[in-house]
Design a protein. Structure first.
Length: 159
């Protein structure tokens, strides 16, 4: 089984969105054979990836960073999307952090990098804004020798 993980920005500028969706769809739907998709179901790249993975017939593994993870969703629509995706996951991995902290987010990203064959990074190439950000997880995955495919539209920066 192919195991594809994701790390990515919560905020994807409108000018990059179509490019990101096309890149994720290609990577997931052209994977060939059975695919397991690993995501923490965060707002932005993680939720886009998870929805596309399910649409391509992949089995979704939700990696939940903390016991109070739902409290980190500030928008009701984002929380509802998280709950829907989580309910469709074939498997759930819940990490032992009681609260959503940078350390919990890093641990979830590291878990995904540790357990995938390919990491898709929806990443503008800039350093992480906090521990566990996309740049940190890309660096971690590369130290493992894990293949990383960066999906981002050239010339577009995050807000």
């Amino acid at each position: 089984m192919n195991r594809i993980g994701v790390t990515g920005h919560r905020s994807i500028p409108a000018r990059a969105r179509a490019h990101v969706l096309a890149g994720l769809r290609t990577a997931l739907c052209d994977a060939g054979g059975a695919t397991e998709a690993l995501s923490s179901l965060a707002v932005g790249a993680d939720q886009l990836f998870a929805g596309l993975a399910l649409g391509c017939g992949a089995e979704l593994t939700a990696v939940i960073p903390s016991g109070d993870y739902e409290a980190s969703f500030e928008d009701a629509v984002d929380l509802a999307r998280y709950r829907m995706l989580r309910s469709r996951a074939a498997q759930e991995i819940r990490l032992d952090f009681p609260h959503s902290t940078d350390e919990a987010y890093f641990a979830a990203g590291a878990y995904i990098a540790d357990h995938c064959d390919l990491l898709l990074a929806v990443w503008d190439g800039r350093p992480a804004r906090g521990l566990g950000g996309t740049g940190d997880i890309v660096t971690y995955a590369r130290t493992l020798g894990r293949p990383v495919t960066v999906i981002w539209r050239d010339g577009v920066e995050r807000d």
